[in-house]
Ligand binder design. Sequence first.
Ligand code: UDX
Ligand code: ADP
Length: 462
Amino acid sequence: MAQSSQFSRKILCIGAGYVGGPTMAAIAAKCPQYKVTVVDINPERIAAWNSDELPIFEPGLLDVVKIARGRNLFFSTEIDTAIEEAEVIFVSVNTPTKTFGAGAGKAADLQYWEKTARNIVRVSTTDKIIVEKSTLPVRTARAMERILNANDKGIHFEVLSNPEFLAEGTAMEDLDHPDRVLIGAPETESGKKAQDVLVEIYANWIPRERILTSNVWSSELSKLTANAFLAQRISSINSISALCEKTEANVNEVARAIGMDGRIGNRFLKASVGFGGSCFKKDILNLVYICEKYGLTEVAQYWENVVAINDYQKQRFVETMLRVMFNTIAGKKIALFGFAFKADTGDTRESPSIDVTRHLLEERAQVVISDPEAIPNAKKDLADCETEVTYMEDPYTAAEGAHAIAVMTEWDLYKNLDYDRIFDKMEKPAFIFDGRNILDHQKLYEIGFNVFPLGTMALKHF
Ligand code: UDX
Ligand code: ADP
């Protein structure tokens, strides 16, 4: 231990995923005085974190990892040793939606969290601060505190909530300059002390006025609420996109006009084929489940509709494809441009592309999937459709002989392709469905495409 005594604090993160990895890399890079260890039960993930082929694609992440790795940032599978020596333990293990039993389809599956808590109790020999980083239903911290503090070793665990607000694709920037950091702690003397420790860690690079403190429950609920509000904006504009397609309104013009109202603001108003990502749906359904548990039926229904509109938007996208392609897409080749749930990530969790692909396959279309980063994940998501789907990273090859292109992810790459060249190699009439409204629709129309944007009138040659 002589070597580790050079560090003023030992911080551990359990779970080396999209949240744990980038967050700890940022802390380690900003705070060379701390030893930051990240552990995971998955040895391949840890091996990848220790290589130049990181397990997740996140712009700027490798540079930050390289600053600190081997200096004060360590990735390891030695979970027990790491727990024993840490004073502050961030827990960012996965908390997927339950697929079984009570609350299936809505409530969070806390089995990984609870296993981690029990492991911490088993191994620890000193007091520790435990930080909830994974998104958890409200009042989870209390349950964890009970498990942790039901030990007969005389060890005290302080459980804090420090929800993650970073968005994939911009995670490093979000960690560098967060709008705010939220730290919820029990309103007790030891809770306040633990809160101060965490505030001090973040204050190494974040202005104090951006570090908010609150009680644990407000902190947990703020995370769910922030994601519910963001998702609600997208479902709101997406619902209007449907109306725009029936009228002569243009959803981009509407979004621009309402976004200039300072009270509304202009962000998160891009109509799309639907929101995805590991958080929005899961967090809203968690909120719905909690409201139902408290008998707040109307509140639960209100939020559940945000998810319903998202499903409707995906369904509507495929229905439009089917309708305009002469009510049959059976045997027709359809190239999906993008599979990630948004640009600048290889993550496909809850990506609208998954549902859209499945709807297209139900109609017996031949789906070709193209994406610069997400093909390995897409293959896992669609493992059961191996024979019906093909994968081609190059969009030009993917579109060869296709009847239609559907833009699913707003990668910059797709904005600047040579669409003349693509058009020449496609079946005619050639269709483009722009699920992200990122292309130059007029230009595509002039090339000869039949263009179906979201929330604006179609441009068609027939
Ligand atoms: C989100 C929250 O933004 C973040 O604060 C939280 O910590 C985790 O969940 P993330 O899931 O990474 O982050 O992505 P985000 O940028 O919020 O986008 C979510 C989905 O909404 C994506 O599929 C995106 O394409 C879609 N979206 C976003 C739209 O369709 N329209 C918009 O205007 C904005
Ligand atoms: P998130 O997006 O919340 O970061 P991920 O699924 O990307 O979620 O990451 C969660 C990580 O937690 C995974 O790498 C998984 O292997 C890890 N994990 C799950 N359970 C445990 C556990 N008991 N101990 C250590 N790591 C765990």
